[in-house]
Design a protein around this ligand. Structure first.
Ligand SMILES: Cc1cc2nc3c(=O)[nH]c(=O)nc-3n(C[C@H](O)[C@H](O)[C@H](O)COP(=O)(O)OP(=O)(O)OC[C@H]3O[C@@H](n4cnc5c(N)ncnc54)[C@H](O)[C@@H]3O)c2cc1C
Length: 389
């Protein structure tokens, strides 16, 4: 028996009802654009490990370059990130890092001159940034282990070290580089123009996920920058904790969009494809898979809606962000695997999107703090015992 499809948008909780009419309208514009103009081209770009730079002017017109500082609600920002992830998780990684870790960091901790020079251009996507924290020998233990050095010499800083996995580092105009001041051992952040002699970035190839955003190994060799390159507000990791909480939580919204995309792809596929003379959608095991994907998506949306409420009230702490990020990406990984299975052999080729989503789920499960480390942050908060330091 067939009946009318309820919830064609797949949002059982009607999450957007919390938005103002104006934000709801703006979100609809974003959703329409990314579904019509980003989703399809992103598949080929993903296969070719190519960044879709040509989409940036339109994304700027939609206000996505300055989302972090545009005064909209945290829920709107989250749903906008989810909408982009629903079309292409790689582009949502570009926008998320750009907003949370570049625009947000300069806005919160930059000098008046740094804000004046860069925030306008970044907001219009006339300039791009890279966030350079992770190193080849220090990932999970970066806070204690960071080995890149900054040495003050007269009116300059001289930076030496290596970074790994840095998103956009091959094409960015500026890099926010975290380095340890050899004088006081504190970790500081420097805004560096990437055309400065001593900055070298080489793209990491053959990723299994997020293939539409270039990640790079970066070598910093006697990189000399003026004293004013240091972000005055970012004197230590502790200073930037609020911002790092927010960027970690943002990944949860990527997981919402990713699962939404899985649901879209699977619903269409199982309705169209027939086996044993009937659509796949008519088999109970397939419906169970759809219900599980929808359940995971709904749980992630509910979690993220509460997280944004805490953010909006200024109450977000690292344990909340870690719990959200770990749980949301665990569910996204499970949903992508269920979706892949429902597509049978066609789930194995990226032509049908779900394999792309499965690879992307692996990447978001690990960046912004691995699943394991975020779990240990929650475990520490709930037991009072640290299992990792
Ligand atoms: C696609 C992608 C994009 C990225 N973009 C950026 C970027 O733009 N800028 C940037 O600075 N970084 C970026 N990263 C780096 C990312 O944040 C790190 O990969 C992540 O923090 C994990 O570090 P690692 O890869 O060195 O793993 P490791 O720290 O080597 O960990 C390996 C495994 O061991 C586990 N582990 C480690 N320590 C413990 C412990 N004490 N107890 C139990 N388990 C443990 C981890 O959970 C993980 O499963 C990116 C990474 C990826 C994959």
């Amino acid at each position: 028996m067939t009946v009318a499809v309820q919830y064609p948008e797949g949002d059982l909780l009607k999450t957007r009802r919390h938005l103002s009419a104006e934000e709801d309208e703006r979100l609809r514009h974003i959703e329409a654009f990314v579904q019509e103009r980003l989703r399809k081209p992103s598949l080929e770009a993903w296969n070719e490990e190519r960044f879709l730079a040509e989409a940036l002017p339109s994304l700027a017109d939609l206000g996505l370059g300055g989302l972090e500082i545009d005064g909209t609600s945290r829920l709107f920002k989250g749903l906008a990130h989810a909408a982009v992830a629903q079309a292409d998780v790689s582009m949502s990684a570009v926008l998320g890092i750009h907003n949370e870790l570049i625009v947000g960091l300069i806005h919160a901790y930059g000098s008046a001159e740094q804000k004046e020079a860069w925030l306008g251009r970044l907001s219009r996507f006339e300039a791009l940034g890279a966030f350079c924290l992770t190193e080849p020998d220090h990932g999970s233990d970066i806070a204690g282990g960071l080995a890149t050095t900054a040495r003050r010499e007269g009116d300059s800083w001289v930076i030496n070290g290596t970074k790994r996995w840095i998103g956009m580092a091959t094409i960015a105009d500026i890099a926010l580089i975290w380095a340890r001041d050899v004088a006081d051992d504190a970790i500081k952040c420097f805004l560096v123009e990437t055309n400065t002699p001593g900055y070298h970035a080489e793209m990491i190839r053959h990723k299994m996920g997020l293939r539409g955003i270039p990640n790079a190994d970066v070598v910093l060799e006697d990189l000399r920058v003026p004293a004013e390159a240091k972000l005055p507000g970012a004197r230590s990791f502790a200073d930037t904790n609020v911002l790092l909480c927010s960027s970690r939580a943002w990944v949860g919204w990527q997981a919402v969009g990713l699962q939404h995309a899985v649901l879209d792809v699977v619903r269409t596929y199982v309705t169209d494809r027939e086996q044993f003379g009937r659509p796949l959608a008519s088999f109970q095991l397939i419906q169970q898979a759809i219900a599980e994907i929808s359940g995971n998506l709904t749980a992630t949306q509910a979690l993220m809606t509460q997280i944004t409420a805490l953010q909006q009230e200024g109450q977000l702490e690292m344990v909340h962000a870690a719990a959200a990020k770990a749980t949301a990406t665990r569910l996204a990984r499970a949903s992508a695997a269920l979706g892949r299975e429902a597509l049978g052999g066609n789930g194995v080729t990226t032509d049908y999107e779900v394999a792309k989503l499965m690879g992307d789920a692996e990447a978001i499960y690990t960046y912004e703090g691995s699943y394991g480390i975020n779990s240990l942050i929650v475990g520490r908060a709930l037991t009072g015992v640290s299992a990792f330091v």
